[in-house]
Design a protein around this ligand. Sequence first.
Ligand code: ZN
Length: 182
Amino acid sequence: MAVRYSFECPQCHAPVELTTTQAGQEISCSSCESTFLAPKLGDIKKLPLVGGGEAETGKRRASKAKSGSPVKGWLFAGGLLLAAIAGISGYLAQDYANDLHVPFDIEEVVAKELRSVDEMSPAEIYGIAVGACDESFQLEYREVPYRTQNIKAGIFQNVAWVCWAVGGIGVLMLLSSLFLKK
Ligand SMILES: [Zn+2]
């Protein structure tokens, strides 16, 4: 099958397909029926191939780049914006979570109390047993503000993770825009 090159009618600019055998010959346009001379062999070979081949003209390449660049631009700008906003939000949420979090472990406190009981005399243990109800009540009571604060801290910690995940998507967008060809 002969290689076909795309050309356009000088009169009506309708697309015309040319083969190398038509070089320099008189061609009649099927759209406007005017006649024109096909380019010389060397010039025909510089024309873009029908159906898009590697023989692209500068004009075509330029128009292709123009249509590709907005996607790349949007990907780059969007990625940058997303990464920046999510990154800053993630940092703030993490910072707030760290501020709220109180390193208070009720299990650890109880374990410490139990260990010391082993070293006590029966009389001391009795004395502690008398106030045990009050003691445990106080312990629980003391824990409440820490507990709610730590729950809040946990929520903000999760918010920070979500922000960083979104920021990660932004970074991926940014990177993919850099690797995107034209
Ligand atoms: Zn024509």
